[in-house]
Design a protein around this ligand. Structure first.
Ligand SMILES: [Zn+2]
Length: 404
């Protein structure tokens, strides 16, 4: 089996019991308990980081009637990728394919002042997209997903600095996950909304920010790859097999906020239209996890591992003690499982490695008498004997999400 097939993330979805797919819901994962734990850990990481970075979280309806998507431009430019349902009164409603129009409705729901800007609104609602079934591949292209999505309302003058700052945050976020990204700037696609001068102004601001972060030769320009409402910078991650994945995106938009009636009062009291930066660093969590599973050959960083530690009782007489220790570790929100003591230790340790469990703690007669475990870390390295009352601290430190 070649390495690419060997590391196919769909194998890990099955072997690590993360997610299941059925033809009745194509491209829509059924998350199993262990997969849900991984997804939640990634969302918790996102939430903590974004609170620290000055974002506020919002949620908006999944369904909206056509006039919203007519104003935003999605009916004209994105309807082929949308699902629609009967509203029951002769109208129809669209299932949101993106979080932008809803977030802009929130912005315009009351009078806004320039003093509120930049206003950073994050949204973790699951968008749905109607993709051709031929392009659905496990988690890499799905029809419902979660994103580390946010919309930042800025004055046009604030946009450049804000983009520089957030690209630096994105670098830190990726570094903590063991990845780097390259950048690609997408120019105007055929039939984009707004006039060419506004596009050029937005693209110049975005390009200056990329120059500042990556250097003028540090990114590619690709014609026609922008969003229908503005230029975009894609974050391209490179995996250990040398494959490039488009994950995150940063887009600068002068059009949609104008069309959706977003306004703020400037310092002179006059009404102005804010610019909006659309941004997702990791992109869809589902796709990101698919890439990360392939990149790490199933060895997710310990804070994301579906099972973080396995306690291995040498014999059945050690099972009860191991169970009590596991209960104490679970109280600290560590994901721990316990062997049943019927299999040989070597077989249990091998099985933990196959199931990509980063920590294995063996409990035998000597350990039980001493109140310790024999601990092995990721890759099987020997961590020596650790006292029961210290094990929680050791595992907690090793399974902590990276600092951002
Ligand atoms: Zn958006």
């Amino acid at each position: 089996m070649d390495e690419e097939r060997q590391s196919d993330h769909r194998r890990w979805l099955r072997d690590l019991e993360l997610a299941h797919f059925e033809p009745t819901s194509p491209g829509m994962p059924y998350w199993l308990p262990r997969g849900m734990a991984v997804l939640r850990s990634l969302q918790d990481h996102w939430r903590r980081a974004h609170e620290r970075w000055g974002y506020q979280e919002v949620s908006t309806p999944l369904l909206a009637r056509d006039p919203l998507y007519a104003s935003s431009g999605h009916l004209e430019h994105f309807a082929d990728n949308m699902f629609f349902v009967d509203a029951g009164d002769g109208d129809r409603m669209g299932l949101k394919p993106v979080n932008c129009p809803g977030t802009m409705v929130l912005f315009r729901s009351r009078r806004r002042s320039h003093r509120e800007l930049p206003l950073r609104l994050a949204c973790d609602d699951p968008p749905h997209r109607n993709e051709r079934s031929g392009v659905l591949t496990g988690l890499l292209r799905v029809q419902v997903f979660h994103q580390d999505d946010a919309h930042i309302f800025v004055t046009p003058e604030q946009a450049g600095d804000e983009i520089v700052d957030l690209l630096r945050l994105a670098r830190r976020l990726y570094a903590g996950l063991g990845l780097e990204f390259g950048l690609r700037l997408g120019g105007p696609p055929e039939g984009h909304i707004g006039d060419d001068a506004t596009w050029a102004r937005a693209e110049a601001i975005l390009a200056r920010a990329l120059d500042a972060v990556a250097g003028p030769d540090g990114y590619d320009r690709v014609a026609g790859e922008g969003a229908f409402y503005g230029p975009k910078a894609d974050l391209l991650a490179c995996d250990r097999l040398g494959r490039e994945w488009q994950l995150g995106t940063v887009q600068l938009d002068f059009e949609m906020p104008r069309r959706l009636g977003c306004r703020y009062a400037g310092a002179d009291g006059r009404e102005r239209v804010p610019a909006v930066i659309h941004r997702a660093f990791l992109g869809s969590y589902e796709r990101f996890l698919g890439v990360l599973l392939e990149h790490t050959d199933g060895r997710l960083p310990p804070f994301l591992a579906p099972v973080q530690a396995r306690l291995v009782p040498v014999a059945e007489r050690h099972v009860a003690g191991a169970g009590e220790l596991a209960a104490r570790l679970r109280e600290r929100r560590l994901r721990v499982e316990v062997g049943d003591g019927t299999e040989r230790v070597a077989a249990q340790v091998r099985d933990a490695a196959l199931r990509r469990v980063p920590f294995v703690a063996v409990v035998g007669d000597r350990e039980a008498a001493e109140g310790t475990v024999a601990l092995r870390g990721p890759g099987g390295e020997d961590r020596g004997s650790v006292r029961h009352d210290a094990l929680g601290d050791v595992l907690e430190a090793a399974c902590r999400a990276p600092a951002v």
